[in-house]
Design a protein around this ligand. Structure first.
Ligand code: PBG
Ligand code: ZN
Length: 329
């Protein structure tokens, strides 16, 4: 009788070629969406203090240059956020034909016919109170907000957006936007729903980048409680039923179990948002020399793919594309 062989998984880890051969998940530039912040003014390239490497860009050479870089690295998509010239109760610039995002869309579309243009559709950057909808008696009025979101989405589609991404966590937002787009002749434009968005402290640096912190209270009456995961599946199912084309889970790193749970309950493409706080923590620790930025970023983003994300929105997208090119090169 022969002695039973012990299993030796290490045999498959012996050389780099072998490790690559049996690798289960890959990162590719084609999986990434690069967020961009557009502002009024001329020749503005203003770095966000809490997000080194991320800039507010004016809609001129500043934006052109950044978009060129993104394109040249093989990143297929950008996600636009706008900072308006002025804010008011309902956020009027949000649905203005010549609003900041609408102008950016037209400019990019003219120069890059095949770049995927995603837009964030929300009110918080545009409203004087900084909430994600119309405020009545101190509360965000869900249904009054839906009409505004529909108008915003249509102006974005008119200006060339491929996919609009509502992020306000209003009930019925996907259906309202779908109806508005269809009614305006944009049946061919898609919706990426921020279906599962938590009330997270990880958005801190973004609120500096987009100047969108709420003036009173917080967002816990509309964004999800970090303690819940069954509710995430429910939110995803509702948005799928309302006609979402892609779903998102946000933030990503502290919610990989949620990415997995949603992945297993829908056939729609799933996007993870590697949010501002996740980016800033890595940048800060790397600056202190406490971690290896490149390895930590690639490991974190690989974890998001492994959890079930098809695509990733990340401020590290350009860095990742450069690193992947070096590794392949
Ligand atoms: C707007 C919006 C936010 C983010 C994306 N869209 C902020 C918020 O909800 O407070 C966060 C993105 C990030 O932190 O990178 N509703
Ligand atoms: Zn918002």
């Amino acid at each position: 009788m022969t002695t039973p062989q012990i299993h030796r998984p290490r045999r498959r880890r012996r050389t780099d070629a072998l490790r690559r051969l049996v690798r289960e998940h890959q990162l590719e530039p084609a999986d990434f969406i690069q967020p961009l912040f557009v502002v009024h003014g001329e020749r503005v390239t203003r770095e966000v203090p809490s997000m080194p490497g991320v800039h507010q860009l004016s809609v001129d050479q500043s934006l052109d240059c950044e978009v060129e870089t993104v394109r040249s690295l093989g990143i297929p998509a950008v996600l636009l956020f706008g900072l308006p010239a002025s804010k008011d109760e309902i956020g009027s610039e949000n649905f203005a034909e010549d609003g900041i995002v609408q102008r950016a869309l037209r400019r990019i579309r003219e120069r890059h016919p095949d770049l995927l243009l995603f837009t964030d559709v929300c009110c918080c950057e545009y409203t004087s109170h900084g909430h994600c909808g119309v405020v009545r008696d101190g509360v965000v009025d869900n249904d009054a907000t839906l009409e505004i979101l529909g108008r915003v989405a249509v102006t974005h589609a008119d200006a060339g957006a491929d996919i609009v991404a509502p992020s306000g966590m209003m009930d019925g937002m996907v259906r309202a936007i779908r109806e508005a787009l269809d009614g305006a002749g944009h049946a061919d434009r898609g919706i990426l729903s921020y279906a599962v968005k938590y009330a997270s402290a990880y958005y801190g640096p973004f609120r500096e980048a987009a100047d969108s912190a709420p003036a009173f209270g917080d967002r816990r009456q509309y964004q999800m409680d970090p303690a819940n995961v069954r509710e995430a599946v429910l939110e995803a199912e509702l948005d799928e039923a309302e006609g979402a084309d892609l779903l998102m889970v946000k933030p990503a790193l502290a919610y990989l179990d949620v990415v997995r749970a949603v992945r297993e309950r829908t056939s729609l493409p799933l996007v993870a948002y590697n949010v501002s706080g996740e980016y800033s923590m890595i940048k800060a620790a790397a600056r202190l020399g406490w971690i290896d930025e490149r390895r930590v970023v690639l490991e974190s983003l690989t974890g998001m793919r492994r959890a079930g994300a098809d695509a990733i929105i990340s401020y590290h997208a350009k860095d990742v594309a450069r690193w992947l090119a070096e590794e392949a090169g």
